[in-house]
Every structure is written in C-alpha cells, then in structure tokens.
Ligand binder design. Structure first.
Ligand code: GLP
Length: 251
C-alpha cells in the first residue's frame, strides 16, 4: 500500500483528482468506481473544475458506484443517486447511460444483486476504484464481520454507520436500515484502488488500517491483499499514526 500524506483536505482532494485525471489521460474509456460520503466531495469539485477549465472529458467514461440505500426513491435527497447527480454527474459530460448505481427500490433484491455483479463483470474490471473509509472500517457498505469473498449483497447497516450518515437526512430515524453494496471481493477485483481518509474522525480507522492486521472485524484491512492500493491521508487522519511514530522515536 502506497501512503501519500498530505497537509489537509484541500490537498487530499487535489491529489486524488490528479490521479483520476491521469487515469483518464491514459484511457478516455476508463471504468471508474465511485463512492459517496463527505470525503470525496472535494475531489468531485476538483473533477468538475478540471472538466470546466481544462476540458477533461467523461464522454467515454463509465462509472460504477459502490452502493445504494434500499427503500428510498432514487430522487430522495438522501439517496446516493441524488448525491452523485448533484455533486458530480450534473456538472460533467458523462452520458447518463454510462452511470451504474444499484437500484434502491428493486422488485427483487436478489435479482438486483445478481444484475449488478453482471454489470461489474461485463464493464469491468474497474480501472480505478475510489473508496472512503467508515469510522468502523467499512468500505462501501461492507460492515465489520463481512465475508471477504462477498460479491454484491444486501447489508443491514451498523448503527454507527447510520449515525455517521444521519447528517445527510433530517434525523437518524430517516436513515434507511438496509443497503445494497458491492462486496469486498468485487472491490478487490479493481485494477487500482484509491482510499481517501480525512479528519480526526478517521484517525482511529487509519491507525487500524496501517497496523496491517487483516481481520474480518475491520473490512478495510482486506485491502492489504491487493497489490495496487494508494491511501491519501491528511495530517488530522494520520494523527494517531504519527503520534505513535514520535513515541517510538522518543523511546
Ligand atoms: C458511506 C459510504 C461509504 C463511505 C462512508 C464514509 O457509508 N457507503 O462508501 O466511505 O460513507 O463517509 P464519510 O466520507 O462521510 O466519512
């Protein structure tokens, strides 16, 4: 795992945007794996800037999102469909038919998971997968205890995850209890993975991730089994790791 330590959130977003744009320059037909959450918001702003000011085009790009809540209309303000449209897709030239996000109201959840795996297999492998990291170490919505061999599946969200995401909804009660997510195995099939971690809230997750201890209790730790992962982390999120480093130096 390559670790890029940056000063702050703005630098993190800039570095991540450069990596995505390099991927697009390498192939304008790249398949991008996209994520939601507060962390990639700055990155998406930089990508929009790149499109508007430097003409970086998404005309031939395909995107595959990690996950979606179940039971919400896709136009609900809290859905990941809305999140992606409002924060990225409406401001770049990606064709709407190139966008893949799990259906939030499928008639059969089982069929939807199967369909999504087929989408990933037929379009993929994903060239570059963007990941945030949950405060409990989840990736996508693969909560602690997830099977490392999982493909797309339904999950019951951990209470901590619902709390973390409540700010996107009016209240905790409004956050859905279930979601569809790409599995850990589906994520690990990507050619390259870019993990973003910012802020003090992520300091513990980053410390656990960098301890290199692979465990089902900490889903992000499975990233150590992949040979092309880059973590971009800012000073606040790296705090516990650097503290430990300085303690070791002092000893
Ligand atoms: C949601 C998403 C994850 C994301 C996580 C972290 O749960 N499903 O993919 O990594 O949020 O969110 P944030 O970036 O807001 O901390």
């Amino acid at each position: 795992m390559e670790v890029i330590l940056v000063e702050n959130y703005s630098e993190l977003s800039e570095r991540a945007a450069r990596i995505i744009e390099e991927q697009i320059y390498k192939s304008d037909r790249s398949i991008l794996g996209l994520a939601t959450g507060s962390t990639p918001l700055g990155l998406y702003e930089k990508l929009i800037e790149g499109y508007k000011r430097r003409g970086v085009s998404y005309k031939h790009i395909h995107s595959i999102n990690l996950d979606e809540y179940l039971g919400l209309d896709k136009n609900h303000p809290g859905s990941f469909h809305t999140f992606m449209y409002e924060n990225l897709f409406k401001d770049i030239d990606i064709p709407m038919e190139h966008i893949q996000i799990p259906d939030s109201l499928p008639s059969s959840v089982k069929e939807e998971c199967k369909r999504y795996d087929q989408v990933i297999d037929s379009l993929g492998p994903i060239d570059l997968q963007i990941l945030g990291i949950g405060s409990n170490g989840h990736i996508g919505f693969n909560e602690p205890g997830s099977d490392p061999n999982s493909t797309t599946h339904v999950v019951e969200l951990a209470q901590s995850t619902r709390k973390d995401n409540a700010h996107f909804f009016g209240s905790l009660e409004e956050v859905p209890t279930h979601a569809v997510t790409m599995g850990i195995q589906s994520i690990l099939k990507s050619r390259r993975i870019l993990v973003l971690a910012s802020g003090k809230r992520k300091a513990e997750s980053v410390q656990r991730l960098l301890s290199e201890n692979i465990s089902e209790n900490f889903p992000a730790s499975h990233l150590w089994t992949h040979d092309d992962v880059t973590l971009i982390v800012d000073q606040d999120a790296y705090k516990l790791v650097s503290q430990k480093g300085s303690e070791e130096v002092a000893r």
